[in-house]
Design a protein around this ligand. Structure first.
Ligand code: ADP
Ligand code: MG
Length: 670
């Protein structure tokens, strides 16, 4: 057996389970070992009923008071009974678990772990896990892995399969020599992977994670080096001159370019004319106006007789870029073509034909743009928006599409990282920082509130809508969660709730990653054109979406998101000249959480947020909070793991890693 083998080669994994694993991106046995938990649960200390706070997940030691009663509502069975400790009474309910009726007896004492709340005056625990006292105490020190599952795939199946792989392989071949591991204080590959899935304690987990992060960074840095070497030899096959149309476009805008936009544009024009192909990163905080810079670059390419492509990480964003750019470029006789996975086969075929024949000047799309079926007539400029969502290899892939020679590459990112860090992560690119926002913008006003503030927030949103403005409400989940440990607000129920409450006064729409692309785009278009007042959405709107008339964003369960993600989300408002408001609803009731969110409340500056975040986030914070796939890393976080990044960077640059020595490797981070 080999780790590259398909998971169906594993005993106990049938065709059906294999299919489910494929759905979550696990194909080989190695994929399975790298299918890390997204978080870990630590069971809390047992507390008294009087100290339990609503919306918290608590452990209570209770004595059952009443016989369990069973009711049926719709297709669901509800079992309930009362239980108490010496400070209060709790009503406990279970759903679709009729078998518990005989197991629960008055006088029985158990530890109940679940989410606590009130219905009227009555304290309630809904669907808690039940343990004997000793059992619970044992659990106290362990970390329970929580896997990113899909319907039908249970945590048990994953755990069993992972265990089976470890059983089948005595040892895993380790690309890192033992003396290197000792020197850098890194676990062996096997130990680290095992420790990710079955951490004994926090300390063990942190060590296991360190090795995994190290590997992710070294892989990444190697490809950056590779790209750098490839690029430095590439001469400019598509020499361009500044176009009169681009100048005219800037003059026709209702506003002036900011100084930083002007500088970025100048850098690009000089790259396009230089002897070498452009490889530039434009880094600028959300709302700094990167799209316009991209637009000027593409117009320049088109007027020099070439095609340009713009790639976005989501269909929603691609659709929006298409609408905005077509509008902006209308007077300049430029044909824009959209190509995304959401389009019908017929539409895609037409788009591909136009791209190949040269009817299309500017091609806008998602990943579909890099799939092999697309042929360009004369692609000379490739722009990727929100680059941090693309891995290095994908970037390279697109560059290979041009055929006639390496095209110019421009990547745009809002990831706020310090310049020194950027030099390491984007070692292969020249960098322009857009460090200035359009001058007329008003600072977003922020509020950090608890759930009791919701009512006021709804009134506020209604008032803004009455003033013809729009709002986003962000929920972490799409639908009600069956998994108690991940309970939180969901888009489906929330949008219904708001629609019922506001009736005809407010038009509520909903958006989630689960919807068909076509429907997503339709909803986004209706929101952009003002036919929807309040959009209840998951974080699919996180990147790039631009509806300047939206002035309010209310983020539910804000404690669940990383600060970087929250900052990106908030970047959807405050994009026009209107005063905007962001309401962070913290339902955790925890001090640490509000301290973290305070940072967002106190500044709207992405760079400051990133560095402050680093100050207060110790390694302990890695439990549960995941950065949303920065640069394609699954575990590594460029901010909290800056130390490991430095180590990896030195290692890759040294003779150890098999590469030649590179002086730049000595760069210091942060
Ligand atoms: P991001 O950098 O986040 O991609 P966008 O390019 O989407 O930001 O721009 C945000 C908004 O700012 C857009 O509505 C755009 O029209 C507007 N904008 C861009 N440049 C300027 C400027 N120089 N002055 C005023 N508004 C601008
Ligand atoms: Mg953008």
């Amino acid at each position: 057996m080999d780790l590259k083998d398909d998971i169906s080669s594993l005993k106990g994994i049938g065709e059906k389970s294999a299919g489910l694993f494929h759905k979550v991106g696990v194909f080989s046995l190695m994929d399975l070992l790298r299918y890390y938990p997204s978080s870990y649960i630590r069971y809390p200390k047992i507390i008294k009923v009087k100290d339990a706070r609503p919306e918290e997940r608590v452990a209570l030691e209770l004595e059952v008071q009443s016989e369990a009663s069973l009711r049926h509502v719709g297709g669901m069975s509800i079992l309930s009974f009362t239980a108490c400790d010496d400070t209060g009474l709790v009503s406990v309910t279970y759903f679709n678990s009729p078998y518990l009726k005989n197991a629960v007896k008055p006088g029985m004492k158990r530890v109940f772990f679940g989410s606590f709340g009130f219905k009227g005056q009555t304290a309630r625990l809904s669907h808690p896990k039940m343990f004997k006292y000793e059992e619970y105490r044992e659990l106290g020190n362990t970390l329970m892995p929580v896997y990113p599952l899909t319907k039908g795939l249970t945590a048990r199946t994953v755990t069993k399969a992972v265990k089976a792989v470890f059983d089948a392989f005595g040892d895993l071949e380790d690309p890192l020599d033992e003396d290197v591991r000792n020197r850098l204080d890194l676990m062996s590959l096997r130990q680290s992977l095992y420790g990710m899935h079955f951490p004994v304690d926090e300390e063990g987990f942190i060590k296991a994670r360190k090795r995994v992060v190290f590997d992710e960074f070294t892989d990444f840095l190697r490809s950056v080096r590779q790209l750098k070497e490839d690029n430095s030899k590439t001469s400019n096959h598509y020499v361009m001159i500044e176009s009169a149309e681009a100048v005219r476009l800037t003059e026709s805008l209702p506003f002036r370019l900011t100084g930083a936009q002007e500088r970025a544009y100048r850098d690009i024009v000089s790259d396009l004319a230089s002897p070498y192909a452009m490889n530039r990163l434009i880094e600028g905080d959300v709302g700094s106006g990167k799209t316009l810079v991209a637009c000027l670059a593409m117009l320049t390419a088109v007027k020099n007789g070439y095609q340009a492509a713009l790639m976005a990480p989501t269909e929603v964003l691609a659709g929006q870029h298409m609408a905005k750019l077509s509008e902006l470029l209308k007077p300049y006789d430029v044909t824009c073509t959209l190509l995304t996975g959401a389009m019908s086969a017929k539409e895609k075929k037409q788009a591909r034909e136009d791209i190949a024949s040269g009817v299309s000047d500017i091609i806008i799309g998602t990943h579909a743009l890099i799939t092999d079926l697309v042929e360009y007539k004369n692609l000379a400029l490739v722009i990727t928006d929100e680059q941090h969502r693309f891995g290095v290899s994908q970037r390279k892939n697109l560059s290979d599409k041009a055929g006639g020679g390496m095209p110019h590459v421009l990547v745009m990112s809002a990831t706020p990282i310090p310049r020194t860090l950027a030099l390491i992560l984007y070692g292969d690119l020249s960098i322009t920082v857009i460090d200035e926002k359009p001058s007329k913008r008003l600072d977003i006003k922020n509020a950090l509130v608890g759930p009791e503030y919701r009512k006021k927030a709804y009134e506020f949103i209604k008032k803004e809508v009455a003033a013809h403005h729009q709002a986003y409400v962000i929920c972490p989940l799409v639908e009600p969660s069956e998994d108690e440990s991940r309970a939180g607000e969901n888009v489906e129920e929330y949008s219904k709730k708001l629609a019922d409450m506001w009736k005809d006064d407010v038009r509520v729409g909903m958006l989630s990653g689960r919807m068909k692309s076509r429907d997503k785009n339709a909803v986004m278009e209706r929101f952009a054109s003002g036919d929807i007042d309040v959009l209840v959405s998951t974080t699919v709107v996180e990147v790039g979406v631009d509806v300047p008339n939206a002035t309010v964003m209310m983020i539910e369960n804000a404690e669940r998101f990383g600060l970087a993600a929250l900052h990106q989300l908030r970047g959807r408002i405050g994009r026009g000249n209107l005063q905007s408001y962001c309401i962070f609803v913290d339902t955790s009731g925890k001090k640490e959480s509000s301290k973290r969110l305070e940072i967002l409340k106190n500044t709207n500056d992405g760079f400051k947020i990133a560095s402050k975040d680093l100050d207060i986030r110790g390694p302990g914070d890695i439990f549960g909070i995941r950065q949303s796939g920065e640069l394609g890393f699954r575990v590594a976080d460029i901010y909290t793991d800056a130390g490991i990044l430095k180590m990896a960077s030195e290692y890759v640059s040294s003779g150890d890693a098999g590469g030649e020595y590179d002086e730049a490797g000595e760069a210091t981070i942060l």
